[in-house]
Design a protein. Structure first.
Length: 347
């Protein structure tokens, strides 16, 4: 008489893409598990409902599956995962309508079709979110890009103002010695020597106001904007449009004070981008600012005061109100208002 084939208890559950089988067999030895077409074959030595014996079963699936499986042995059971060939919901596990006696639903992992669809959508959303984050860059990557961008901006500005400062210092030390006429060149030829670089640096400073406005930096927007507009007004309107102002000594003092302040400020910001604190530089940045700020304000005010008679004489930017008023409005009137705003704003 042939020995009776012993079958273990098997519990199953499914998702749209996968089948899960849990074989209640402990202390499994020598498992032989394979898939042929759409049939799963299982045979192993283990401890089941009939004690220590060889247990086996085969399942003919309702539809086709992929010819590879993944299984994991634990002390109490064997977990098998089978991939469906087509992602869809099966109405039952086996091709035969009558469920085998050893097979039962795995209620620990059981989901109905609607729940499985929700789980599938959640996984798909998670995958799309992951792809979106990867395409946009992770927060760490964005922070690194932000630091790199700010570091390079401050480096360029530091190099530009350093060139202005060194150029003016060398010219003053060399041309400041000797005959009086040569000495005067170090003051009166400043604009024609360094104006192009100063134009570049001050136009690039627009980026600082933009960074503050869009939140790239924590600088307050209004003070950044006032400083930008104030300096550019002096540079482009007072000095840039009036050749008579370009040869005055006040240009030297305005440019020298600006560049001195910036060659301390921009390296401080550069080190802040890489989380470094050089105490000497920090002390210089916040100490030298105390005299340089009012001196810069004074030099800018002197340049405005010296330009008033020139604008009155040339009539540049002055205009006459239309009929019937016909009053001539001189640009010097706005310069006087600017002087008040200058001192109030700096204060």
């Amino acid at each position: 008489m042939e020995n009776q084939v012993l079958t273990p208890h098997v519990y199953w559950a499914q998702r749209h893409r996968e089948l899960y089988l849990r074989v209640e067999l402990s202390d499994v030895q020598n498992p032989a598990i394979s898939i042929t077409e759409n049939v799963l074959h299982f045979k192993a030595q283990g401890h089941g409902a009939k004690g220590d014996n060889v247990y086996e079963f085969h399942l003919e699936f309702l539809d086709l599956v992929k010819p590879e499986l993944v299984y994991k042995l634990t002390q109490r059971q064997v977990n098998i995962t089978v991939q469906k060939k087509v992602s869809q919901w099966w109405e039952r596990l086996t091709k035969q309508e009558k469920r085998p006696l050893f097979l039962a639903p795995d209620f620990d992992r059981w989901l109905d079709e609607s729940d499985a669809e929700m789980e599938l959508r959640a996984k798909e959303e998670e995958r799309l979110n992951k792809l979106r984050i990867e395409s946009q860059g992770s927060p760490e990557t964005l922070a690194s890009l932000k630091k790199g961008y700010l570091f390079m901006y401050n480096l360029v500005q530091f190099l530009g103002f350093s060139w202005i400062f060194v150029n003016m210092t060398v010219r003053f030390l060399i041309l400041g010695k000797g005959k009086c006429k040569i000495s005067r060149l170090s003051f009166y030829d400043t604009f024609h020597t360094v104006a192009d670089m100063m134009y570049f640096c001050q136009m690039l400073a627009v980026v600082e106001a933009i960074n503050a406005a869009i939140g790239v930096t924590k600088s307050p927007v209004i003070p950044s904007l006032f400083q930008l507009l104030g300096r550019n007004f002096i540079l482009f309107i007072i000095f840039g449009t009036m050749e008579e102002m370009q040869n005055k000594a006040v240009v030297f003092f305005v440019f020298y004070i600006w560049s001195t302040a910036e060659i301390l400020r921009y390296p401080f910001y550069m080190l802040s981008c890489i989380d470094m604190d050089w105490k000497v530089l920090t002390w210089l940045r916040y100490t030298m600012w105390i005299p340089l700020y009012p001196l810069g304000c004074l030099a800018e005010a002197v340049s405005v005061i010296q330009s008033i008679p020139i604008f009155n004489e040339t009539g540049r930017f002055s205009f006459t109100l239309p009929y019937p008023v016909k009053i001539k409005v001189r640009f010097s009137f706005f310069l006087q208002i600017y002087l008040i705003i200058l001192f109030l704003g700096k204060y």
